[in-house]
Design a protein around this ligand. Structure first.
Ligand code: SAH
Length: 289
Protein backbone atom coordinates (compact mmCIF):
# COMPACT_ATOMS: atom_id res chain seq x y z
CA UNK A 1 0.00 0.00 0.00
CA UNK A 2 1.32 3.43 -0.90
CA UNK A 3 1.81 5.76 2.08
CA UNK A 4 -0.73 8.54 2.23
CA UNK A 5 0.44 12.08 1.59
CA UNK A 6 1.05 13.87 4.86
CA UNK A 7 -1.93 16.22 4.49
CA UNK A 8 -4.30 13.24 4.38
CA UNK A 9 -2.89 11.64 7.51
CA UNK A 10 -4.90 13.99 9.69
CA UNK A 11 -8.08 12.30 8.47
CA UNK A 12 -6.84 8.88 9.53
CA UNK A 13 -6.34 9.91 13.13
CA UNK A 14 -2.60 9.26 12.88
CA UNK A 15 -1.89 12.92 13.48
CA UNK A 16 -3.76 14.88 16.09
CA UNK A 17 -4.51 18.50 15.30
CA UNK A 18 -2.94 21.32 17.18
CA UNK A 19 0.19 23.35 16.88
CA UNK A 20 3.47 22.48 15.26
CA UNK A 21 5.99 19.91 16.44
CA UNK A 22 5.38 17.47 19.25
CA UNK A 23 1.89 18.71 19.93
CA UNK A 24 0.92 17.09 16.64
CA UNK A 25 2.13 13.67 17.71
CA UNK A 26 -0.47 11.54 19.39
CA UNK A 27 0.93 10.72 22.81
CA UNK A 28 -1.37 7.74 23.06
CA UNK A 29 0.68 6.00 20.42
CA UNK A 30 3.86 6.18 22.47
CA UNK A 31 4.69 3.21 24.68
CA UNK A 32 4.00 3.61 28.38
CA UNK A 33 7.13 4.06 30.52
CA UNK A 34 6.12 1.77 33.39
CA UNK A 35 7.40 2.38 36.93
CA UNK A 36 9.99 -0.20 37.93
CA UNK A 37 11.40 -0.49 34.41
CA UNK A 38 14.58 0.79 32.79
CA UNK A 39 14.88 2.37 29.36
CA UNK A 40 18.34 2.49 27.80
CA UNK A 41 18.25 5.44 25.46
CA UNK A 42 20.79 6.60 22.90
CA UNK A 43 21.17 10.37 22.85
CA UNK A 44 22.89 10.48 19.45
CA UNK A 45 26.31 11.89 18.64
CA UNK A 46 25.89 15.32 20.20
CA UNK A 47 23.47 17.67 18.45
CA UNK A 48 20.28 17.55 20.55
CA UNK A 49 18.06 17.22 17.49
CA UNK A 50 19.60 13.87 16.68
CA UNK A 51 17.89 12.15 19.58
CA UNK A 52 14.86 10.04 18.65
CA UNK A 53 11.23 10.84 19.39
CA UNK A 54 11.09 7.84 21.71
CA UNK A 55 14.09 9.21 23.59
CA UNK A 56 12.42 12.58 23.96
CA UNK A 57 9.23 10.90 25.12
CA UNK A 58 11.20 8.93 27.72
CA UNK A 59 12.83 12.10 29.06
CA UNK A 60 9.40 13.55 29.59
CA UNK A 61 8.30 10.61 31.69
CA UNK A 62 11.37 9.44 33.59
CA UNK A 63 11.61 9.78 37.37
CA UNK A 64 15.38 9.45 37.29
CA UNK A 65 17.95 9.92 34.53
CA UNK A 66 21.33 8.21 34.85
CA UNK A 67 23.47 9.83 32.17
CA UNK A 68 26.92 9.50 30.66
CA UNK A 69 29.58 12.11 30.05
CA UNK A 70 28.99 12.44 26.32
CA UNK A 71 25.32 13.39 26.61
CA UNK A 72 24.73 17.00 25.61
CA UNK A 73 23.52 19.19 28.48
CA UNK A 74 20.88 20.65 26.17
CA UNK A 75 19.27 17.21 26.01
CA UNK A 76 19.32 16.85 29.80
CA UNK A 77 17.39 20.09 30.03
CA UNK A 78 14.48 18.42 28.23
CA UNK A 79 13.84 16.16 31.19
CA UNK A 80 10.58 16.83 32.97
CA UNK A 81 10.62 19.16 35.97
CA UNK A 82 11.38 17.45 39.27
CA UNK A 83 13.33 14.62 37.68
CA UNK A 84 16.31 13.30 39.59
CA UNK A 85 19.56 13.46 37.57
CA UNK A 86 22.51 11.17 38.26
CA UNK A 87 25.84 11.40 36.52
CA UNK A 88 27.59 8.12 35.76
CA UNK A 89 30.70 8.73 33.74
CA UNK A 90 34.04 10.41 33.48
CA UNK A 91 34.14 14.15 33.14
CA UNK A 92 36.16 17.07 34.40
CA UNK A 93 38.40 14.90 36.56
CA UNK A 94 35.52 13.39 38.51
CA UNK A 95 36.15 9.72 39.12
CA UNK A 96 34.51 7.30 36.77
CA UNK A 97 31.72 5.13 38.08
CA UNK A 98 32.53 1.45 37.75
CA UNK A 99 30.42 -0.44 35.23
CA UNK A 100 29.18 -2.92 37.79
CA UNK A 101 28.19 -0.10 40.16
CA UNK A 102 26.15 1.53 37.40
CA UNK A 103 24.29 -1.70 36.67
CA UNK A 104 23.60 -2.23 40.37
CA UNK A 105 22.38 1.33 40.69
CA UNK A 106 19.94 0.85 37.79
CA UNK A 107 18.59 -2.27 39.48
CA UNK A 108 18.29 -0.48 42.82
CA UNK A 109 16.37 2.44 41.29
CA UNK A 110 14.04 0.12 39.37
CA UNK A 111 13.31 -1.79 42.58
CA UNK A 112 12.29 1.53 44.14
CA UNK A 113 9.58 1.49 41.48
CA UNK A 114 11.06 4.41 39.56
CA UNK A 115 10.93 4.98 35.82
CA UNK A 116 14.66 4.77 35.17
CA UNK A 117 16.15 6.32 32.06
CA UNK A 118 19.72 5.30 31.30
CA UNK A 119 20.93 7.89 28.82
CA UNK A 120 24.04 7.22 26.76
CA UNK A 121 25.90 8.97 23.96
CA UNK A 122 25.34 7.71 20.43
CA UNK A 123 23.76 4.26 20.37
CA UNK A 124 23.63 2.30 23.64
CA UNK A 125 24.78 -0.94 22.02
CA UNK A 126 27.72 0.44 20.06
CA UNK A 127 30.79 0.60 22.28
CA UNK A 128 28.48 1.85 24.99
CA UNK A 129 28.33 -1.16 27.30
CA UNK A 130 24.57 -1.17 26.93
CA UNK A 131 24.68 -4.92 26.43
CA UNK A 132 26.33 -5.42 29.82
CA UNK A 133 23.78 -3.24 31.57
CA UNK A 134 20.89 -5.09 29.94
CA UNK A 135 22.38 -8.44 30.94
CA UNK A 136 22.48 -7.27 34.55
CA UNK A 137 18.85 -6.10 34.31
CA UNK A 138 17.76 -9.35 32.70
CA UNK A 139 19.47 -11.37 35.43
CA UNK A 140 17.73 -9.27 38.05
CA UNK A 141 14.39 -9.82 36.35
CA UNK A 142 13.86 -6.14 35.57
CA UNK A 143 11.97 -5.22 32.44
CA UNK A 144 13.84 -2.94 30.07
CA UNK A 145 13.55 -1.33 26.66
CA UNK A 146 16.25 -0.17 24.26
CA UNK A 147 15.82 3.06 22.39
CA UNK A 148 18.58 2.99 19.79
CA UNK A 149 20.43 6.17 18.94
CA UNK A 150 22.36 7.53 16.01
CA UNK A 151 25.88 6.33 16.49
CA UNK A 152 28.65 8.89 16.17
CA UNK A 153 30.52 6.61 13.75
CA UNK A 154 27.73 6.98 11.19
CA UNK A 155 25.60 10.07 11.87
CA UNK A 156 28.43 12.06 13.44
CA UNK A 157 30.62 11.46 10.43
CA UNK A 158 27.79 12.54 8.14
CA UNK A 159 28.11 15.97 9.76
CA UNK A 160 31.73 16.01 8.58
CA UNK A 161 30.69 15.18 5.02
CA UNK A 162 31.87 11.58 5.23
CA UNK A 163 29.37 8.97 4.01
CA UNK A 164 30.71 5.76 5.49
CA UNK A 165 29.60 3.78 2.46
CA UNK A 166 29.65 4.93 -1.14
CA UNK A 167 29.38 2.76 -4.20
CA UNK A 168 32.51 4.30 -5.71
CA UNK A 169 34.68 3.29 -2.80
CA UNK A 170 33.41 0.51 -0.51
CA UNK A 171 30.84 -2.21 -0.02
CA UNK A 172 31.60 -2.72 3.63
CA UNK A 173 32.60 -0.82 6.71
CA UNK A 174 34.26 -2.01 9.88
CA UNK A 175 33.69 -0.47 13.32
CA UNK A 176 36.27 -0.98 16.00
CA UNK A 177 37.43 0.44 19.29
CA UNK A 178 40.99 1.64 19.47
CA UNK A 179 41.08 1.51 23.24
CA UNK A 180 41.62 -1.67 25.23
CA UNK A 181 40.64 -2.07 28.87
CA UNK A 182 44.21 -1.17 29.88
CA UNK A 183 44.20 2.01 27.77
CA UNK A 184 46.47 0.53 25.10
CA UNK A 185 45.64 -0.88 21.69
CA UNK A 186 42.99 -3.57 22.28
CA UNK A 187 44.58 -7.00 22.36
CA UNK A 188 41.48 -8.76 21.07
CA UNK A 189 41.77 -7.12 17.65
CA UNK A 190 43.47 -9.12 14.91
CA UNK A 191 45.11 -6.24 13.02
CA UNK A 192 46.22 -8.39 10.15
CA UNK A 193 42.60 -9.35 9.48
CA UNK A 194 41.34 -5.84 10.13
CA UNK A 195 43.78 -4.40 7.59
CA UNK A 196 42.37 -6.53 4.78
CA UNK A 197 38.78 -6.92 5.98
CA UNK A 198 37.25 -3.67 4.79
CA UNK A 199 38.18 -0.65 2.66
CA UNK A 200 36.73 1.61 5.37
CA UNK A 201 37.53 1.38 9.06
CA UNK A 202 35.70 3.58 11.58
CA UNK A 203 37.40 3.73 14.95
CA UNK A 204 35.98 4.88 18.25
CA UNK A 205 38.22 5.92 21.16
CA UNK A 206 41.24 5.62 18.94
CA UNK A 207 43.05 8.95 18.91
CA UNK A 208 45.48 8.20 21.71
CA UNK A 209 46.64 4.97 20.13
CA UNK A 210 46.36 6.22 16.55
CA UNK A 211 50.10 6.24 15.71
CA UNK A 212 50.45 2.64 16.83
CA UNK A 213 47.26 1.57 15.05
CA UNK A 214 48.41 3.33 11.85
CA UNK A 215 51.75 1.50 12.04
CA UNK A 216 49.96 -1.82 12.45
CA UNK A 217 47.70 -1.16 9.46
CA UNK A 218 50.71 -0.14 7.34
CA UNK A 219 52.64 -3.22 8.35
CA UNK A 220 49.74 -5.40 7.21
CA UNK A 221 49.54 -3.80 3.80
CA UNK A 222 47.41 -0.64 3.91
CA UNK A 223 48.80 2.07 1.60
CA UNK A 224 50.94 4.85 3.05
CA UNK A 225 48.96 7.52 1.22
CA UNK A 226 45.56 6.21 2.29
CA UNK A 227 43.56 9.12 3.72
CA UNK A 228 42.63 9.22 7.39
CA UNK A 229 40.24 11.71 8.98
CA UNK A 230 39.98 12.58 12.63
CA UNK A 231 36.61 14.16 13.35
CA UNK A 232 36.28 15.83 16.75
CA UNK A 233 33.04 16.94 18.40
CA UNK A 234 30.99 15.68 15.49
CA UNK A 235 27.60 17.41 15.03
CA UNK A 236 28.48 20.08 17.59
CA UNK A 237 29.33 23.76 16.94
CA UNK A 238 33.03 23.12 17.64
CA UNK A 239 33.25 20.19 15.23
CA UNK A 240 36.63 19.94 13.51
CA UNK A 241 38.10 17.60 10.90
CA UNK A 242 41.75 16.87 10.33
CA UNK A 243 42.82 14.86 7.28
CA UNK A 244 46.23 13.30 6.74
CA UNK A 245 47.75 10.16 5.24
CA UNK A 246 48.10 6.91 7.13
CA UNK A 247 51.89 7.39 7.01
CA UNK A 248 51.58 10.85 8.57
CA UNK A 249 49.28 9.55 11.31
CA UNK A 250 51.81 6.84 12.14
CA UNK A 251 54.34 9.57 12.98
CA UNK A 252 52.13 10.78 15.76
CA UNK A 253 52.90 14.52 15.79
CA UNK A 254 49.38 15.73 14.99
CA UNK A 255 47.72 13.24 17.30
CA UNK A 256 48.52 15.19 20.44
CA UNK A 257 46.35 18.11 19.47
CA UNK A 258 43.07 16.40 18.57
CA UNK A 259 40.16 17.63 20.67
CA UNK A 260 38.01 14.82 22.03
CA UNK A 261 35.67 13.05 21.65
CA UNK A 262 36.97 12.11 18.24
CA UNK A 263 36.43 9.47 15.60
CA UNK A 264 39.05 8.13 13.22
CA UNK A 265 38.10 7.06 9.70
CA UNK A 266 40.53 5.24 7.42
CA UNK A 267 39.71 4.83 3.75
CA UNK A 268 38.90 6.51 0.47
CA UNK A 269 35.52 7.80 1.75
CA UNK A 270 37.54 10.43 3.60
CA UNK A 271 38.04 12.03 0.18
CA UNK A 272 34.35 13.02 0.07
CA UNK A 273 34.83 15.32 3.05
CA UNK A 274 36.11 18.20 0.96
CA UNK A 275 33.11 18.23 -1.37
CA UNK A 276 30.38 17.21 1.09
CA UNK A 277 31.37 19.20 4.17
CA UNK A 278 27.96 20.85 4.55
CA UNK A 279 27.94 21.72 8.25
CA UNK A 280 29.08 25.29 7.71
CA UNK A 281 29.58 28.13 10.19
CA UNK A 282 26.09 29.69 9.91
CA UNK A 283 24.43 26.29 10.41
CA UNK A 284 26.40 25.72 13.58
CA UNK A 285 24.51 28.55 15.24
CA UNK A 286 21.34 26.42 15.33
CA UNK A 287 20.99 25.10 18.84
CA UNK A 288 19.23 21.85 17.90
CA UNK A 289 21.69 20.66 15.28
N1 SAH B 1 27.85 4.68 22.03
C1 SAH B 1 28.61 5.76 21.40
C2 SAH B 1 30.11 5.51 21.48
C3 SAH B 1 30.63 5.50 22.90
S1 SAH B 1 32.36 5.29 22.95
C4 SAH B 1 28.13 5.91 19.97
O1 SAH B 1 27.37 5.09 19.47
O2 SAH B 1 28.52 6.90 19.34
C5 SAH B 1 32.91 6.96 23.00
C6 SAH B 1 33.60 7.32 21.69
O3 SAH B 1 32.61 7.64 20.72
C7 SAH B 1 34.48 8.52 21.75
O4 SAH B 1 35.76 8.22 22.27
C8 SAH B 1 34.55 8.90 20.29
O5 SAH B 1 35.42 8.03 19.59
C9 SAH B 1 33.14 8.60 19.83
N2 SAH B 1 32.28 9.78 19.87
C10 SAH B 1 31.12 9.92 20.56
N3 SAH B 1 30.57 11.13 20.31
C11 SAH B 1 31.38 11.76 19.43
C12 SAH B 1 31.35 13.02 18.77
N4 SAH B 1 30.36 13.88 18.95
N5 SAH B 1 32.37 13.32 17.94
C13 SAH B 1 33.37 12.46 17.72
N6 SAH B 1 33.46 11.26 18.31
C14 SAH B 1 32.47 10.90 19.14
Amino acid sequence: MKPKPINQLADTGKLTGGAAGFARLDREQFPEFDPGTVWLVGAGPGAPGLMTLLGYHALNQADVVVYDALVNDAILEWARPGVHMEFAGKRGGRPSAKQNDISLRLIELARQNKRVLRLKGGDPYIFGRGGEECQALARAGIAFRIVPGITSGAGGLAYAGIPITHRETNHSVLFLTGHGSDGGVPVGVNWEHVAIASPVIVMYMATRNLPEIARKLLSFGRAEDEPVAVVSNASLPDQSTYVASLADMSEGEAVKSFPTPALVVVGEVVGFHEMLDWYSEPLRENSIG
